[in-house]
Design a protein around this ligand. Structure first.
Ligand code: PMP
Ligand code: GLN
Length: 382
């Protein structure tokens, strides 16, 4: 039997590769982005209770009503936007499913989708699977800011979607209110849908505010805003996320969602509904929680020969290793893992063609103090 691949350029995700190698070489794992601490205890207890109380069968396809209500309340409280939980919120199996379903619901064969390079790995193949074309616009370095003039020049009558991601994975760059105005201007009087990946929405530092697309009255009308409970509540393995979108887009989104998963993990939805109602402060404390980790990790790396890029948001530190070795990032990350005992993620898998002078690795600092210290001790020896 001959199977012609639909994704010839895709191989195993760099996150899988690095996590497997980290186990094999017993390296300190700062590669794949996940915390090495537990979710809040009350949330875990809520999950156990939900299972004991029989929430073990299918949930409603669009998500448990009380959780959708909490998401709507949060959106209003944080971003000043009133949404209808019945028609504008859909609970998904992680942000991953939300992104794939959003792209599949909206993008048709022959359409063009603008994404920014480097980009999180899900976007490009999800577009390609629709028979559509990816138009990549490089972000400026080292700020990873969007060049809006390039965006204006890249938009055509075929542009169906623009995907933005703030705070940005891998760089941590954040969009400003001015960026959102530029995005609104570029998309005005078009049928372009904005897909806004905001999974790191509660990890924005130094007093800055997260500029959710939900805050922007005009943009919100054409946007699908995606978030992840896994990131916010330290439970990436529970795979729960959601999308907020106006009714016309939510209707199309739900058509896809019902066939991809029908519904998402029921007990966790019940647990989150209760936890969000009883502890709405959790997400407000996250910027300070992660800023301490960011600053501690940067201080630990101070004596190293790594150059630390700024981290305005997210939970990744980019480092320039060109003072240590000038080789490509895949080779260097492999050497660092095998010889230096630290697993990281190279940047080139996020790029369609990595620039020759890009000597950058991504390190996840969503880790306990002991893990950060162990990693830093090894990195300072290089
Ligand atoms: N978007 C970005 C930018 C991510 O970094 C991730 C994963 N960490 C996801 C989406 C997927 O989130 P989830 O684990 O909820 O599927
Ligand atoms: N989003 C996580 C990261 O960027 C990984 C998620 C995954 O493994 N797919 O590291």
């Amino acid at each position: 039997m001959r199977i012609e691949t639909k994704l010839p350029k895709v191989s195993t995700s760099i996150f899988t590769v690095m996590s497997q190698l980290a186990v094999k070489y017993k390296a300190v794992n700062l590669g794949q982005g996940f915390p090495d601490y537990d979710p809040p205890q009350a949330l875990c207890e809520g999950l156990t209770r939900a299972m004991a109380r029989g929430c073990n069968q299918y949930a409603p396809s669009m998500g448990v009503a009380s959780l959708r209500e909490q998401i709507a309340l949060k959106t209003e409280r944080l971003y000043g936007r009133r949404i209808d939980p019945a028609t504008e919120v859909t609970v998904t199996s992680g942000a991953s499913e939300a992104l794939f379903a959003a792209i599949s619901a909206v993008v048709r064969a022959g359409d063009e989708v603008i994404i920014f390079d480097p980009a999180y790995d899900i976007y490009d193949p999800s577009v390609v699977l629709q028979g559509a074309h990816v138009r990549r616009i490089p972000l400026a370095r080292p700020s990873f800011a969007i060049d809006w003039q390039r965006v204006r020049e890249t938009v055509t009558h075929k542009t169906r979607m623009i995907i933005v991601n703030s705070p940005h994975n891998p760089s941590g760059a954040i969009l400003s209110a001015t960026d959102l105005d530029a995005l609104a201007e570029v998309t005005r009087d078009t049928d372009i849908v904005v897909l806004s990946d905001e999974v790191y929405e509660h990890m924005v530092y130094d007093g800055a505010a997260h500029q959710s697309v939900s805050r922007h009255e005009e943009l919100a009308q054409r946007s699908m805003v995606v978030s992840s409970f896994g990131k916010t509540y330290h439970c990436t393995g529970w795979k729960l996320g959601y999308v907020v979108a106006p009714v016309s887009l939510s209707v199309e989104f739900r058509k896809l969602h019902q066939y991809i998963n029908f519904c998402s993990f029921h007990p966790a939805q019940v647990a989150f509904a209760q936890f969000l109602a009883s502890d709405p402060q959790h997400c407000l404390a996250l910027p300070a929680f992660y800023q301490v980790k960011r600053d501690r990790f940067r201080a630990l790396l101070e004596p190293s020969r790594l150059k630390l890029l700024d981290v305005p948001g997210g939970y990744f530190q980019l480092v320039d290793y060109s003072m240590i070795r000038k080789e490509d990032d895949t080779a260097f990350s492999r050497w660092l893992l095998e010889q230096g005992g630290v697993a990281t993620v190279p940047l080139s898998p996020f790029c369609v063609k990595a620039p020759d002078d890009m000597y950058l690795l991504r390190l996840c600092f969503a880790k306990n103090e002991a893990t950060l210290e162990a990693a830093a001790e090894r990195l300072c020896r290089l």
